[in-house]
Design a protein around this ligand. Sequence first.
Ligand SMILES: C[S@@+](CC[C@H](N)C(=O)[O-])C[C@H]1O[C@@H](n2cnc3c(N)ncnc32)[C@H](O)[C@@H]1O
Length: 249
Amino acid sequence: MRGIGLLRRLTGIPAPVPKRSKRSFDHALAQRFEWKNNRQVIEGTFAQLYSDVEANRAAGGIWHSASDQFFCGDENLFASFVERVRSRKCLEIGSGPYGFLLPATWIKDRTIIEPLANKYRQAQLDLIGKTFLTDDVRVYTTGAEVLIDDLVGNVDGAIICRNALDHCEDALAIIANMSKYAANGCYLLLWTDIWHLQGIDDDGHHNITRSIEVMDALLEGLGFEILKHGALIRDQTEFIEYGRLARRK
Ligand SMILES: C[S@@+](CC[C@H](N)C(=O)[O-])C[C@H]1O[C@@H](n2cnc3c(N)ncnc32)[C@H](O)[C@@H]1O
């Protein structure tokens, strides 16, 4: 290959126009895939989920619990988290139609970065006249690769990003932005597939890295202390996944 490239340069033979590889990532296409998929999720599950969340709230619940994929049963850590985030600013990146923050109305200051938020809201309203995307939630519909100045150093509760980074164009830029948003003591709940071991057979995802070590080094280098490894929730023959509960130093 190198020889052919050199020959072309020496002889002036024009290089062929490269075909777009089927495996290259097209974010606009990925977002069309995402919308198609999540519209079906909303149609199939939103009415029941909304009523379950309401019932849980009426019974004094907070929807989430220590048994989730981040806290893995650690009741003390979960209690400290709840205490911290209840009245502090929390941010979710790529929340999807429900995410972690949207059903958690007990968290008083909620912001999401979700390019499809307006579509999700409208689909929920069209279905049952209710939505999790209420006016008290601050919504940015830009990609999270874009730094939002108002958030820099201002997120002191938690940043949550679950099952979103491999759907975004530039996962590493988003992790860097998270470190800029997080104030000291801010929790980070991060989970993502980092590699699809059997290839990618849809338009919605792409690979980030095979290296869990480099993900840890990235978080630590950007000022997060890793407190806990998340539960493994995938078939390990199909995915390399990465889940961490961390805190900004
Ligand atoms: C699989 S869904 C999210 C699932 C959700 N976080 C959960 O835990 O249920 C991935 C989401 O990432 C969003 N997304 C894609 N690219 C993004 C970007 N550049 N910045 C922020 N969000 C993005 C998509 O619109 C989609 O709603």
